[in-house]
Design a protein around this ligand. Sequence first.
Ligand SMILES: Nc1nc2c(ncn2[C@@H]2O[C@H](COP(=O)(O)OP(=O)(O)O)[C@@H](O)[C@H]2O)c(=O)[nH]1
Ligand SMILES: [Mg+2]
Length: 444
Amino acid sequence: MDLGRSLRQALAKFTGASFVDEKAVKELCREIQRALISADVNVRLVFELTKRIETRALQTKLAEGLSLKEHVVRIVYEELTNMMGESYTPRLSPHKILLLGLYGSGKTTTAGKLAHFYKSRGLSVALVCCDSDRPAAFEQLSQIAKQAGASFFGIQNEKDPKKILQHSMPHWKEDVIIIDSAGRNALDPSLIEQLKEIASIASPDEKFLVVSADIGQVAGKQAAQFHEAVGLSGVIVTKMDGSGKGGGALSAVAASKAKVAFIGTGEKLDAFEPFDAKKFVGRLLGFPDIQTLIEKIKKVTEEEKLASQEAPEKLTLKLFYEQLKAAKKLGPLSDVLSMLGASDMPKEFLQASQDKMKKYEAIISSMTSQEREDASLFRKQKSRILRVAKGSGTSEQDVKDLLDQFEKMSALFNQFKKNRGLRKKMEKMLKGANIDLSKFSGLT
Ligand SMILES: Nc1nc2c(ncn2[C@@H]2O[C@H](COP(=O)(O)OP(=O)(O)O)[C@@H](O)[C@H]2O)c(=O)[nH]1
Ligand SMILES: [Mg+2]
């Protein structure tokens, strides 16, 4: 699955939950980890990132008017953006660019894209073929120059880049000069030497390493090596369209302290743009910017509030069972209750074991729907207890236990009814387990 999709799914799950707490933040972080690691983002970077998200999410104060959900999503966005690097502002004044990189990384294609990019910004452009290794390189670049409307310099079958430069440099009149160079399977001394020679003759203002996104985090290592060998001013990451590892490549380049200058997003000349981490992450998350994202979350939260204001149902045994099951997910509710200052509440009612829960389920399914709607029928007519016990394969005591718990629960919630502050807190806690207090009769 692509990075954007898995990140969007993780965030949607988080923002779609009716209540978020520390556990939800941790779960979100785990899903972000999974998504990034499968996009080949370096594991150490991933753990550092989620650690920062968690710390900031749980320890920093909420900004004015921001809910916890919005707060967390904003942090995720900011941290992802930081991890992917910065944004690059292209030079729009006359300058010279040297493109370098390994075989097939996309140098020649990128030369054409850069030509198109600067042409469409009103600058004149020349492409210079200094790839003297591949016989077809000359032809390929001259074709691309024609397509992009750029001038072209090169000498067919000339093996020495120095000569190509010496012959063509006196004729360079264009605003932007783009030099395409030869690649290798790996960075080797002969390539370093050749690149150094080209650089010393042509003195380019920019030296861009071209890497393909599909090498993932190896892009960082390559950037560091090339930087040490010939000095880079930036990196161009190509084939962002065809690889699930683009996030890995970008983050690794950023971690190597090199700057991503442009990204290539397709084979066509215009499938190319200056890199902007905010825009990139915004697109991954499916929003143009963080403000739009926050507004979307606010809207969802509003809708939820409206939905929960619908007419409350009355507490029935069936609902009781469902809520009990949901409450189990919270862990020992007694802890929650005492945290809220309700230490005098009956604690045993939520400590029902798995076995008991199964029994409760069986008992409730043996009841008539009338009984499920109105538990007081059991008080009025004790024979119902025996019937239900037989029908569910449980004992009369089990049925009585259940009814007992049910009554305690009702009593408990009646107490909450009198204490609005406590009830609000309780409602918040219980929402984490999808328990909706408004569904209990007598509370609203
Ligand atoms: N899908 C896609 N393909 C690209 C991109 N950039 C380059 N390519 C393709 O990658 C292959 C190698 O490109 P080329 O420019 O010849 O690489 P070079 O050996 O570094 O000069 C070609 O088939 C290009 O069409 C890109 O951004 N997206
Ligand atoms: Mg080439």
